[in-house]
Design a protein around this ligand. Structure first.
Ligand code: NDP
Length: 248
């Protein structure tokens, strides 16, 4: 029996990077998957479908509560239930606090923090109506624990996820719904690599004990551990998967 056979999974930001890698591995393990993202990339959806599972796409801006409500409703309409939610969509800021525009702050926290709140609000409400409960994984970051120059909105959001995850775990501990946060180190995805110079790549590599960047699949495997019954006694946790970034 595959780990996610007969399970329905919603992945925000699932058309690229860590979300896409998670969708591909989950499809391989039998999940039916709804991808909620800003724009459809047909090739990415085909890559997921190629694994032989059911998958669908819904356009969704996680920073809009009505879009998140609609994404959960569309998942249930298409596949009948919601067993696993991966709140993964995220963006990054790039300016010191004293120069940061209000718009940049609101945009990044709107996606990375508010978006996860909206996600959990509708996902948990749905899961509480199911006898079988569910599992939620929020995608945090090493910046859930430490800081980095220029990304105050990102860092504040990712720290916030850890606290919100703890509260959600406490509120749902007896409802058979587990909620955890994962903390990736620097991972080779479009979010990170699109504008990275050779110097900044070398700097990022140097910050990890393993002196390399992670691959999306290395995060996907850990996300799916937390989402699966293998993690049946895990809730409210922050799990770093960071090549030793937080060791110093
Ligand atoms: P990618 O940019 O590769 O993928 C993120 C996806 O989310 C994209 O498809 C993006 O769309 C989508 N997205 C952006 N904004 C929204 C929105 N408002 N609503 C719905 N979807 C949206 O990034 P990663 O895979 O690297 O990042 C995934 C998560 O992992 C993020 O939460 C990030 O913070 C976290 N993370 C990443 C690390 C890294 O080094 N890469 C390190 C630690 C954490 P579009 O491309 O069209 O903008």
């Amino acid at each position: 029996m595959k780990r996610f056979e007969n399970k329905v999974m919603l992945i925000t930001g699932g058309i690229s990077g860590i979300g896409k890698a998670t969708a591909i591995l989950a499809a391989r393990e039998g999940a039916s998957i709804m991808i909620a993202d800003l724009r459809l990339n047909q090739q990415a959806l085909d890559d997921i479908l190629q694994e032989g599972a059911e998958a669908a796409f819904i356009a969704c801006d996680v920073s809009k509560p009505e879009d998140m409500e609609n994404a959960v409703a569309a998942t249930v309409a298409q596949f009948g239930r919601l067993d696993v939610a991966i709140n993964n969509a995220g963006i990054v800021d790039a300016s010191p606090i004293h120069e940061k525009s209000i718009e940049e702050w609101q945009k990044v926290t709107g996606v990375n923090l508010n978006g996860v709140f909206y996600g959990m609000k509708y996902e948990i409400a749905r899961m509480r109506r199911q006898d079988t409960g569910g599992a939620i994984v929020n995608v945090g970051s090493i910046m859930s624990q430490v800081g980095e120059i220029g990304i105050a909105a990102y860092t504040a959001s990712k720290h916030g996820l850890v606290g919100m995850t703890k509260v959600a775990a406490l509120e749902n501990g007896t409802s058979n719904i587990r909620i955890n946060t994962i903390g990736p180190g620097y991972i080779e995805t479009p979010l990170l690599m699109d504008n990275a110079s050779a110097d900044s790549r070398a700097y990022m590599e140097s910050k990890h004990a393993m002196k390399r960047l992670g691959k999306p699949e290395e995060i996907a495997k850990a996300i799916l551990f937390l989402a699966s019954d293998d993690a049946s006694f895990c809730t409210g946790a922050y799990l770093p998967v960071d090549g030793g970034y937080l060791c110093q």
